[in-house]
Every structure is written in C-alpha cells, then in structure tokens.
Write a protein that binds this ligand. Structure first.
Ligand SMILES: Cc1cc2nc3c(=O)[nH]c(=O)nc-3n(C[C@H](O)[C@H](O)[C@H](O)COP(=O)(O)OP(=O)(O)OC[C@H]3O[C@@H](n4cnc5c(N)ncnc54)[C@H](O)[C@@H]3O)c2cc1C
Length: 302
C-alpha cells in the first residue's frame, strides 16, 4: 500500500523551511519536496532586515536554514521538481519529475522564479552569457563588457555589484525613468563605466556558442552592443504552474486568506507564491508557520 502522508511541503525557501520546522515539532508524518534549499535568499548579496541578524549574506542565511532543518529528522526530497498537484476526493496527489506521492494536505511554498524577457536568443544563451542572478554570477564577468536589463532595485543592485568587477556596464531599461531607489541610481550615474539607455527595448541576444552582443531599439532605431554577459533583472513571477485548481490572481499568485487557506480544503499556500502583500523573508517565514498550523488544525478535523 502506498504511503499517504499527512502533509507534503513543496519548496524549501524561507516559507517551506519554517513550515518544515513547525511540522517536525508537531511530529507530523510529512515530506518536503524541493528543487533546492534556501530559495531566493541565495540571490541576495546582503540581508539587513531579518530579525536577529544585523547583516547576513543570502548564502549564509540559507546555510543556517539548512542546519536548522537538519537538526530535525526531516525527509527532504531535494533536487526534485513538482510537476502536478491535484485533489481527488480526500487525497491529494503530488507528481514530480521523480515519482508520485499521496497526502491528506499540502503546503505550497514554491516562491517565485525570475521573469523572462521573451526575446530571440534568451533560451539559447541561458547560462552561456545570460544570467538571472548577479550575486551568483557577477564574478564570472570580471573585466568584461556586460548589460543589465531592468530599472528597479534588483537591476541597480546588479549594476552596483558589476561596477567593481566589469569593464563596462550598459543599463538598459524600457521605462523613461529608472524606478530604483534614488541612492542606487545616483551611485550608478556617478560611475564612469556605466552607460544608461532609457526608453530602450531589447530586440535580440545573439552570439555563437556564448553571448556576443545584444540588439536594442530606441525611437525605432536599432543599435548593437558588443557584450559577453547579460543580467536579466526584470522582476519575478509566482511559481504556481504545477497547480491548476486553486484560485490565483492575474499575476499567477495563489489566493489565500489570513490562515493561508486556499479555496480547496487541505491545500494551503505560504510566502511569495501567494497574494500576500510583502515579498520578504521574514514575511514568508511567518506565513510558512501559519500554513502548517492551519494544516495541523485541518487534519485534526477530517
Ligand atoms: C535579489 C533578491 C534580493 C532579496 N533581498 C531580500 C532582503 O534583503 N530581505 C528580504 O527580506 N527579502 C529579500 N528578498 C526577497 C526574499 O528572498 C523572498 O521574499 C523569499 O525568499 C520568499 O520565500 P519563499 O519561501 O516564499 O520563496 P522562495 O525563496 O522563492 O523559495 C521557493 C522554494 O520552492 C522551490 N520550488 C519552486 N518551484 C518548485 C517546484 N515546482 N518543485 C519543487 N520545488 C520548487 C524552490 O526551489 C525554493 O526552494 C530578495 C529577493 C531577491 C530576488
């Protein structure tokens, strides 16, 4: 007979990790299925707003999270991707790229993934010059000419990291004015290696085996820039494609109430994948805790 878990937690970012700790302390029969441990925290070069730490890098915090879950006997299915979740009668099936699991309740804590530009060459040159994480990949572009796409805080964060490393940084933003915090914009403008293109659209990324250049357009004029690296920093989107029956908003965020309940009894969601307002580590942790406490209450009543 196949195991039917009490709970499956999808994701091990701040929300999923905290959910796991609460589930372990409640001695629930559960597993965690996740692509990685840490989620988006590893993308942050420095965190100054997580209570208890005046400053910690994202990678250090993710390591702390891992140590914390390893202190419990948690069945962690890492490097596994959930592809489909469905509730039939009272049982929820969770399909992954490695198998199929059954459970009475689920906490979806799958967070967000970087938004794509959707231009020619983006898929072809992914990880061959194109990256979505400046903190992880900027050091690979030492002494090179690169472009950062976007105009918000993460784009400017990438530019400020690259100023110390690259030879030349083009900042390409589709909007007429950069949206990022003025202090970051000022630092970028003060650098003599940064060239800013506002009102500018990326048309194509090209190269041979690796990125060699980018075609951009402004006022219907096409221009080509020779570069070896492209940092796409245009925001992120909720990672919720594997679950269809729950209600979502137009941004694909799963709609939850203040107990992290979705419209389907037994399916809970927490953190950045939901419509909860502030996409922050501390908020995701709190939501992960709430989701498991709600799942625990739900299980005690069915
Ligand atoms: C560059 C950057 C800097 C940031 N800096 C800060 C900061 O300084 N302070 C702050 O508070 N917040 C910061 N944030 C925001 C913060 O990282 C997020 O709010 C937080 O990580 C959300 O946690 P989460 O657990 O909801 O989702 P995530 O961190 O996105 O974790 C989702 C988890 O789900 C897994 N997953 C996704 N899809 C699947 C699937 N199909 N199958 C299995 N597993 C899956 C992922 O592998 C991951 O483990 C920053 C974000 C970015 C991008």
């Amino acid at each position: 007979m196949t195991d039917i878990y009490e709970l499956i937690i999808i994701g091990a970012g701040p929300a999923g990790i905290t959910a796991s700790i609460y589930a372990a302390r409640k001695k629930m029969n559960f597993i965690v299925i996740t692509k990685d441990v840490g989620g988006q925290t590893v993308l942050s070069s420095g965190i100054e707003n997580y209570t208890g730490y005046q400053f910690i890098t994202g990678v250090e915090l993710a390591n702390k999270f891992r140590e914390h879950i390893e202190s419990f006997n948690i069945l962690l299915k890492e490097n596994e991707t959930v592809t489909f979740v469905k509730k039939d009668a009272d049982i929820i099936s969770v399909e992954t790229d490695k198998g199929k699991y059954y459970t009475k309740s689920v906490v979806v804590a799958s967070g967000r993934v970087p938004r794509k530009l959707n231009v020619k060459g983006e898929e072809e040159f992914k990880n061959r010059g194109i990256t979505y994480c400046a903190t992880c990949d900027a050091p690979f572009f030492a002494g090179k000419d690169v472009a950062v796409i976007g105009g918000g805080n993460s784009a400017l964060d990438a530019v400020l990291q690259l100023i110390k490393i690259a030879n030349k940084v083009y900042l390409i933003d589709i909007a007429p004015k950069l949206k990022a915090d003025p202090i970051m914009v000022e630092k970028a403008k003060n650098s003599n290696i940064v060239e800013i293109y506002n009102n500018t659209k990326v048309e194509e990324i090209y190269g041979d085996k690796f990125v060699e250049g980018i075609k951009i357009s402004r006022d219907n004029k096409i221009k080509e820039l020779s570069i070896e690296g492209i940092f796409i920093e245009i925001g992120s989107i909720a990672a919720s494609d594997f679950i269809n029956d729950v209600l979502k908003n137009k941004d694909k965020e799963i709609i939850v109430n203040c107990k992290c309940e979705t419209n389907i009894p037994g399916i809970f969601a927490a953190g950045d994948v939901t419509n909860v307002a502030s996409k922050q580590i501390i908020v995701a942790c709190g939501e992960g805790a709430k989701a498991v406490l709600s799942a625990f209450e739900y299980l005690s009543k069915i």
